[in-house]
Design a protein around this ligand. Sequence first.
Ligand code: 6PG
Length: 248
Amino acid sequence: MTQSRKRHVIEVSDSAALAKAAADRVLARISANHGRVAICLSGGSSPKQLYQLLATETYRSQIPWERVHWFIGDERFVPADDPLNNMGMARRIFLDRCAPAANIHPIPTDAADPQEAAHRYDSELKSFYGANELDPARPLFDVVLMGVGPDGHTASLFPDYPAVEELERWVVAVPQAHVDPFVPRVTLTLPALNSCREMLFEVAGAEKRAILTRVLDGEDLPANRARSIGETIWLVDKAALPENPRGR
Ligand code: 6PG
């Protein structure tokens, strides 16, 4: 793959337009791959509208569900049916109705502790990929969805936490979160997240404007270190976009 680490910012009018743009991009990536497809979902509230859209007949009927696999970029270490569980949210909104159970790959929060969950998911990803080393010519994921938090975190990679510097393991435990909800986390690391054809950030709402300004200014934040080895797209709605954005 070409190592173009440039980010493209695409402005849309509002959160509904953002969800549609994201759904169309996900669909385009699925259509471009005639084999097994791997999509890494994100948590938080930002992707909810996208997940709702993927469950509608228009999108649902265009997705070859049998060959699409769904992973999660980070998880709160709470039971699978807890409202805070990221994969639980995606399952309730669309996966359980649309995807074969064998194609849904949650982080196992029934593990003894976050470390064990991280270790098990690391093994699951490696076995799915078929190798223990990532080959830039063969990305792990077709699409990685991302959100950004008020402190510049993405997935559960919080500023100045050791997880951000991890270069070997694909998944690590984060015993303490830096922002609400303050539950332990399990997160994919930058080498694993960046190994994708397209990384797609969804950023909507005025409450994101302050952090988006810092991101676009190029501050050294986890969200700025997350760059696909393929394309990195930031879908941003008008309310979130600073007046004179730099660093596009
Ligand atoms: C999580 C996340 C996290 C999220 C951002 C944005 O588990 O909380 O995956 O990285 O994507 O914090 O969250 P919102 O979409 O709720 O603003």
